[in-house]
Every structure is written in structure tokens, then in C-alpha cells.
Design a protein around this ligand. Structure first.
Ligand SMILES: Cc1cc2nc3c(=O)[nH]c(=O)nc-3n(C[C@H](O)[C@H](O)[C@H](O)COP(=O)(O)OP(=O)(O)OC[C@H]3O[C@@H](n4cnc5c(N)ncnc54)[C@H](O)[C@@H]3O)c2cc1C
Length: 305
């Protein structure tokens, strides 16, 4: 069944179909079953990795990037198209129909980029966002810790400022995609004297350098989609922390929400001097008109996974 979504969407769909037919490299659809779940329980990793090594995939990725069809929901000024949810649904449907891959940037696309867009400085946006779109930096999420998952206010991983760097030590767990990541976005405690919902900072650390060790966690299925991570004095520039003098005057101001999703999908601007785990839902939508309210409501309800 094809719903009638009106003439504008019909035109968008027709243009998209023409574009796919003209631009999809020969043999791309046959490289893999791109319509199956990305990991399907962790068993498809090698098959997909092999397909993504092929020239047809690389050519497709270049064409999508040139057409701003990677992170297309991001606002235009940050490399996307500001595509709304209906067009994204059509995009997904028509890529599915053609059997060609949607090139996604995972947590960088869904969580880190939106946080940087909403809360980052102009310099942070200019630095981090293009690297997510290009795939140069691939993120995993370091929120859960061995002693606590949902209760992020109990985060124990420490972040200590040393000159113009932050030095992070601690342990994270249930980290999806850690083995593919080059960066981790995490929460760490930077002010141990603050009340437990404050004193936390959101930091982007390099995940391939010194002080980082991760071990796969074997699931009942036999696959290993998660890792536990050991961070021992991992250094990142202070530039990689989310801090704002607008927030409360404290440095560094914790910005991440309990599940990151409200920030990620929020159309809000700076949430103001709200509690550390502010749900940005309270703020307006002016900065990010591409996100419909329903999408934000849906994300707010979702638990992190
Ligand atoms: C598929 C999947 C992928 C994941 N990927 C990642 C990842 O990439 N990065 C990452 O950081 N984490 C990840 N996680 C971890 C996940 O998002 C949660 O943080 C974690 O599973 C919850 O922690 P826990 O297991 O210690 O459970 P707990 O936090 O101990 O929760 C156990 C139960 O107690 C309830 N509970 C907890 N605290 C309270 C409270 N204060 N009041 C009332 N009830 C409470 C919870 O709702 C739950 O029912 C992933 C989890 C899954 C299932």
C-alpha cells in the first residue's frame, strides 16, 4: 500500500526514485542484503564489512555525501538537508525498495551530532560535525557503568582537568559497537563535591589511543555486540567537553540528559540554567524546525539501548 501524502511528497518520492535509478552503482544492491537488520544479532558484521569494502559501496557513499543524503535530517547549515520525518520515512522506504544501503553514522548521527548542534560552540560544530558525516569519527556511548545503568547520577568515572586537557579514568559497560568506534561520548564526574545530579561532564574522548582497553561481552546467542571498557588516564582536549558559560557559570557544565535522546532529538536551543540532567524538551524548537514534535515525544519515551 502506498499512502497518498500529497503532491509535494509525491514529487519528492518521484525525484528520489529517479536519483537512485540514475546514481546507484552497478552491483551495489547485490553486494549484501541491505534491508536486513544491521547487525541481526551480531552475526552479519563480517558480511557487511566485506560489502562495505567494495568500490561500489565507496562510490555510493561519495554520491550520498555529495547529495547531502548522509545525516539528511541535520539542518542544512550543518551539512544535512533539514529533512523532516515524512521525507525521511520516504527516503527509507525507497532505499529499501531499491535494495540500496542507507549510509548511517550510528550514534554520531543520532546522539553526538545533535548534541553538538544544540549545545556546541561554533568551533565545536565546525570540527566535529563534518567528521561524523564523513565517517572519519565513529562514536560509541559510554554512559552505563558496572554498578549502575539507568541511574546516571551515580556515574563514578572521573574526569580531571590538567592544563588544557581532561584526563578520564573509569570503567564503562554495555558499550554497543565499541570495537568499531574511534571515539566515545561519555559522562564523567568532574566535580565530586557537587550533588550527584550535578558535577558531571559530557566529553568526547579518542577511543583508539593510549589508556583505552575494551573487552567483548559474550551474549547467550554467542555473538558479542557489547563491550566493557577500561579507561586509564585517557586524555582529550578541553575543546572536547561540552561546556558553556551560559549555563551556570560553573565549569564544566554537565549537559547530557539521562538518556541523551532528549538532547539528540530536541529542537531546542540552550536549555538554560536547568538541572544537570535537563530534558531539553522544555525549550523551544526554533533552532531545529526539521524535527517534528511527534519524533521528539517518541524519543523521550524510549529507553536507551
Ligand atoms: C541493546 C542494548 C544496548 C546498549 N548499549 C549501550 C551503550 O552503547 N552504551 C551504554 O552506556 N549503555 C548501553 N546499554 C545499557 C542500557 O542503556 C542501560 O543503561 C542499562 O542496561 C541499564 O543498567 P543496568 O543493567 O545496570 O540496570 P539498572 O539500571 O540496575 O536497572 C534495573 C531495573 O531497575 C530499574 N531502575 C533503575 N534505577 C531505578 C530508580 N532509580 N528508580 C526506579 N527504578 C529504577 C530499571 O528501570 C530497570 O527495570 C545498552 C543496553 C541494551 C539492552
Amino acid at each position: 500500500m502506498e499512502l497518498d501524502l500529497g503532491p509535494q511528497i509525491a514529487r519528492f518520492r518521484a525525484d528520489l526514485r529517479d536519483w537512485i535509478a540514475a546514481e546507484a552503482p552497478d552491483g551495489l544492491a547485490a553486494l549484501a542484503d541491505w534491508n536486513m537488520a544491521v547487525t541481526a544479532g551480531g552475526y552479519r558484521r563480517e558480511e557487511l564489512a566485506a560489502a562495505m569494502e567494495q568500490p561500489a559501496y565507496a562510490a555510493w557513499e561519495r554520491k550520498l555525501a555529495a547529495a547531502r543524503l548522509i545525516c539528511p535530517q541535520w539542518p542544512e547549515e550543518f551539512g544535512g538537508q533539514g529533512m523532516d520525518a515524512v521525507r525521511i520515512a520516504v527516503l527509507n522506504e525507497d532505499f529499501h525498495r531499491a535494495g540500496v544501503p542507507r549510509v548511517r553514522r550510528g550514534m554520531g548521527e543520532a546522539l553526538v551530532g545533535p548534541s553538538v548542534i544544540v549545545h556546541g560552540t561554533a568551533e565545536q560544530r565546525a570540527y566535529f560535525l563534518p567528521r561524523i558525516i564523513s565517517g572519519e569519527e565513529v562514536y560509541c556511548q559510554g554512559f552505563s557503568e558496572p554498578g549502575h545503568g539507568s541511574d546516571l547520577a551515580a556515574v563514578e568515572t572521573r574526569g580531571i582537568v590538567d592544563g588544557d586537557e581532561i584526563v578520564v579514568s573509569g570503567q564503562k559497560v554495555w558499550t554497543s559497537g565499541a570495537s568499531r568506534a574511534t571515539m566515545m561520548f561519555l559522562l564523567c564526574r568532574t566535580d565530586p563535591d557537587a550533588e550527584k545530579h550535578a558535577g558531571l561532564s559530557y566529553v568526547l574522548i579518542p577511543f583508539t589511543g593510549p589508556g583505552v582497553e575494551y573487552r567483548p561481552i559474550r551474549q547467550m546467542s554467542g555473538a558479542s555486540e557489547f563491550c566493557e571498557d577500561f579507561l586509564d588516564g585517557v586524555r582529550a582536549p578541553l575543546f572536547n567537553t561540552s561546556a558553556s558559560s551560559e549555563s551556570s557559570g560553573h565549569w564544566p557544565r554537565p549537559l547530557a540528559s539521562t538518556a541523551a535522546a532528549p538532547i539528540a532529538w530536541s529542537a531546542s536551543g540552550w536549555p538554560g540554567p536547568t538541572p544537570a540532567f535537563s530534558s531539553c524538551a522544555s525549550a523551544g524548537c526554533a533552532r531545529w524546525p526539521g524535527w517534528p514534535e511527534a519524533a521528539r515525544r517518541g524519543r523521550r519515551r524510549r529507553s536507551r539501548s
